[in-house]
Design a protein around this ligand. Structure first.
Ligand code: PLP
Length: 400
């Protein structure tokens, strides 16, 4: 018999997506899914944005054939990505010193970045925050990097461990790719202050490090422009850096796999050469990206009325999450939680790091059908007026 796969070990289940599968299989009516990083409505559903529905209608009516698109994707989307990141009249755009390639979501953008820096430039070290979104580590490892971690979280204080973080970043070998969350840090929900970003930028420049700013939640903290402020700070400094962006959350287009890699260089000539290399990476991996999600995004962002409506729909998602943070803190108080939960109102974005131990997370699942990530991360968007009291009671019970 053929022995090719005889000894292949089973890979571990994805720590987040695996929980989602368990949730689906749970027959309890009261079950709550706080695991996956997906925005859900008050009804616990993934929304179809009104602007997306309108764009779908327009595309349906246009009835265009499904031919191949360019390797770099929909050129309008590539342009809108730059506008969202840097602002409409920014120097980066007018000087043409950045290039953007449409990618398979934010994940695909990170992979393109990793391939570009490793294959073309020979970089082989990357550093991610401890903790981070697990796929950061997996993507860079799979792309051939040695991955180290800089300290990020002070568990006792529930804050960013900034002094240790700066020390760790300072100690990195020059050229190391430093993966940063531009906003809405996943999983801690703790973002740098403006001062901290400036300090970090100085150290990055001084040490000759290569920043990759990952922005998967633009619009989920304070607003589209505000959430890109770290990226604009780096742009203003005139350094070369990379940005991975995603429309999965901001357009609720998770399964359409739409995002982009933007590489900011020193001038238009450099940007053109980088673009040719990134296109080669894309061509060898998947030839060219899917067009449908890109067409939806381009339709919305290309129509001033739809764009304004999109911003309102995005604000509504952001505000619902904020409201749930306030309600959770109140409900925990009412339920008699031994620990003050007001920290959830101070965190940014979709997630909260609850401080629950893996054992407590396991009890939440077993006894209450409440699913969260083993590291204690919950997705606030999984909460609603109907389940919040139930969740608060369970959160209180497992602490006792
Ligand atoms: N980066 C971070 C920090 C994320 O949390 C996610 C999604 O969960 C992504 C990137 C990638 O998102 P996607 O590939 O679904 O667009």
């Amino acid at each position: 018999t053929d022995k090719l796969f005889e000894k292949i070990p089973a890979a571990p289940e994805d720590p987040i997506l695996g929980v989602g599968q368990q949730f689906k299989a749970d027959p309890r009516a009261e079950k709550v899914n706080l695991s996956v990083g997906v925005y859900q409505t008050e009804e616990g559903k993934i929304p179809v944005l009104n602007v997306v529905r309108e764009a779908e209608t327009r595309l349906y009516k246009a009835n265009k054939p499904h031919g191949y698109g360019p390797i770099s994707g929909n050129p309008d989307v590539d342009h809108y990505i730059q506008e969202l990141l840097f602002g409409k009249d920014s120097e980066v755009i007018t000087s043409k010193r950045a290039c953007t390639v449409q990618s398979l979501g934010g994940t695909g953008a990170i992979k393109l970045a990793a391939d570009l820096l490793h294959v073309v430039l020979g970089k082989n070290k990357a550093a991610t925050s401890a903790p981070t979104w697990g796929n950061h580590n997996t993507i860079f490892k799979q792309a051939g990097y040695e991955v180290s971690h800089y300290r990020y979280y002070n568990k006792e204080a529930g804050t960013i461990d900034f002094d240790h973080l700066i020390g760790d970043i300072r100690a990195l070998e020059s050229g190391t790719v430093v993966v940063l969350h531009a906003c809405c840090h996943n999983p801690t929900g703790l973002d740098f202050s403006e001062e901290q970003w400036k300090t970090l930028l100085d150290v990055i420049v001084e040490r000759g490090l290569t920043p990759l700013l990952d922005i998967a939640y633009q619009g989920f903290d304070k607003g589209l422009d505000e959430d890109a402020s770290s990226i604009r700070l780096f742009a203003k400094a005139g350094i070369s850096f990379l940005v991975s962006s995603s429309f999965s959350k901001s357009f609720s287009l998770y399964g359409e796999r739409i995002g982009g890699l933007t590489v900011v260089t020193q001038n238009a000539d450099e940007a053109a050469r980088v673009l040719s290399q990134v296109k080669q990476m894309a061509r060898a991996n998947y030839s060219n990206p899917p067009l449908y999600g890109a067409a939806l995004v381009a339709t919305v962002l290309g129509d001033p009325k739809l764009r304004a409506e999109w911003e309102q729909e995005l604000a509504a998602m952001r505000n619902r999450i904020r409201e749930m943070r306030e309600l959770l803190a109140e409900a925990m108080k009412k339920a008699g939680s031994p620990r003050d939960f007001s920290f959830v109102t101070k965190q940014d974005g979709m997630f909260s790091f609850t401080g629950f131990t893996p054992e407590q997370i396991e009890r939440l699942k077993k006894d209450y059908g409440i699913y969260a990530v083993a590291n204690g991360r919950i997705c606030i968007a999984g909460l609603n007026h109907k389940n919040i009291e139930y969740v608060a009671k369970a959160f209180t019970a497992v602490q006792k």
